[in-house]
Write a protein that binds this ligand. Structure first.
Ligand code: ASP
Ligand code: MG
Length: 467
């Protein structure tokens, strides 16, 4: 089989974990053609982002302190992980060249006193640049040929939307298949840095936070992989957050569309575009833990077998949001009201998580993250209050509870079961949405009611007996 195997940062953050990963890859390579994709070692991207914050605040010493932290951590991992002295020496030399470049970049950014989206992408790309060398050298250490490649080197070409770039798939496909085919011919395991690519001018770009998952599916679709595995520290997708529901179960199988909903609702942090490249090629994906290889994880695929026929697959929750109820008599029957409200929020850079409008058209309810609430309310107040809107009613600290499952489509009685269970727990619901796809039924409760609501629904749909 042709496999693309992606590791999250937590799977490669200690010397022991890197060795386990290298050994697993070495074993797999005896039977399969594999491409490895790695995230940065856990915490590195956050540290790099903090460096950029420090530069913005003209705090040079803090930036340098963080850079030293990153450098020392990788150096130490290299020394602890690699046994053969020639492999270790070569790795340390290569890392040193990257450390020098990183420090020069920070110096340059400090000197300019400005952080642009482009320089930020260049900076954050270092996390993956460093991690892939550790993993690749660790494979070499076991006597297997391996090479590390950045997203740019493997051939991921993107637009120039720094920070949130999208791949130009046709060019990318040509370049990646050429690079990877050459590796397969040489029986060399490529270890590719996720999250990053380069635009047509060769400037380093990133695909957005958590983008390594997306890199894996981009590469998988370009080389017509048979399977893509996302390895992390969780066993797979669950019926609910196990911290809330003690008897939450691992989902053996879900469809792409269900997985997209689950990713958006934070069941497991997966980059939302991850599934895009898979939809047409229909490549199956497994979500697995690198710490529990006996477990096959969750299979995500296009075809929905009998296991997928459960009405509801999972109850997820997103806490700490704010609800804004936008009201006004002049909103009734006025075309363009919603457009004005959302354009105002978009201009302020606010992501809207949930929307509902009652048919009387006299109010529109919006849910945003608590952290965006201030900005959202002041933007609406400044632009629209007293014009098309009369009043804003705000509720802080609310949670979105979402039921996900394609089996809800056309099934009678789901809503009554949901709200029956909620009512028994005396939980008040302040907003409800369901798209006509019926894949996702979501509602809003107080933060403090989250656990009770999630547990009640998990029980009502007997999700502990799924699979
Ligand atoms: N290292 C990047 C991040 O932390 C990409 C990833 O982990 O997928 O967002
Ligand atoms: Mg990650």
């Amino acid at each position: 089989m042709r496999l693309v195997i992606k590791y999250g940062g937590t799977s490669i953050s200690t010397s022991k974990d890197i060795c386990t990963v290298a050994k697993h890859l070495n074993d797999l390579s005896k039977k399969h053609q594999i491409v490895v994709v790695c995230s940065a070692i856990s915490g590195t991207t956050d540290d790099l982002l903090e460096i950029s914050e420090s530069i913005k605040k003209e705090n040079k010493s803090k930036a340098e302190q963080l850079a030293s932290k990153i450098i020392n951590r990788h150096k130490q991992l290299a020394k602890q992980t690699i046994k053969k002295s020639n492999v270790r020496k070569k790795l340390l030399t290569n890392l040193d060249a990257d450390f020098t470049e990183l420090l020069a970049l920070i110096d340059g950014m400090v000197l300019l006193g400005e952080v642009t989206p482009r320089s930020m992408d260049y900076l954050t790309s270092f996390g993956e640049r460093l991690s892939i060398q550790l993993v690749s050298s660790s494979i070499t250490d076991l006597g297997k040929k391996s090479i590390s490649l950045t997203g740019k080197e493997v051939g991921i070409v993107t637009d120039s939307n720094f920070g949130e770039s999208k791949p130009l798939m046709d060019t990318t496909r040509l370049r990646i298949s050429k690079t990877i085919d050459a590796m397969f011919l040489k029986k060399t395991i490529p270890v590719v840095g996720g999250f990053t690519g380069a635009d047509q001018h060769g400037h380093v770009t990133t695909l957005g936070r958590g983008g390594s998952d997306y890199s894996a599916t981009i590469i998988g679709s370009c080389i017509k992989a048979d399977e893509i595995w996302l390895m992390s520290d969780v066993d797979g997708l669950m019926t609910a957050d196990p911290k809330i529901v003690k008897n939450a179960k691992l989902l053996k199988e879900v469809s792409y569309i269900e997985a997209i909903e689950m990713a958006l609702f934070g069941a497991k942090q997966i980059h939302p575009r991850t599934f895009e490249p898979l939809l047409t090629k229909k490549i199956p994906m497994k979500i697995r833990s690198s710490f529990n290889l006996k477990n096959e994880g969750t299979l995500v695929s296009a075809s929905t077998s009998s296991a997928v026929s459960n009405t509801v697959k999972c109850v997820s929750n997103v806490k700490n949001n704010g609800l804004i109820d936008v009201q006004g008599g002049s909103m009734v029957g006025t075309p363009g009201t919603a457009a004005k409200i959302f354009a105002t929020l978009a201009k302020a850079g606010i992501n809207v998580m949930m929307i509902s409008q009652n048919p009387s058209e006299s109010s529109i309810t919006i849910v945003v993250k608590n952290t965006d609430l201030d900005k959202a309310v002041s933007a609406l107040e400044m632009e629209l209050l007293g014009k098309i809107i009369k009043k804003l009613e705000i509720t802080t600290d609310v949670a979105i509870i979402a039921l996900i499952g394609s089996g809800m489509r056309g099934t009678v009685g789901v809503a009554s079961k949901v709200f029956g269970a909620i009512e028994k727990n005396k939980v008040n619901v302040s907003m409800i949405t369901q798209g006509s796809s019926e894949l996702n039924l979501a509602f809003v409760v107080k933060n403090s009611d989250t656990n009770a609501a999630v547990q009640a629904l998990h029980d009502a749909f007997a999700l502990d007996k799924i699979n």
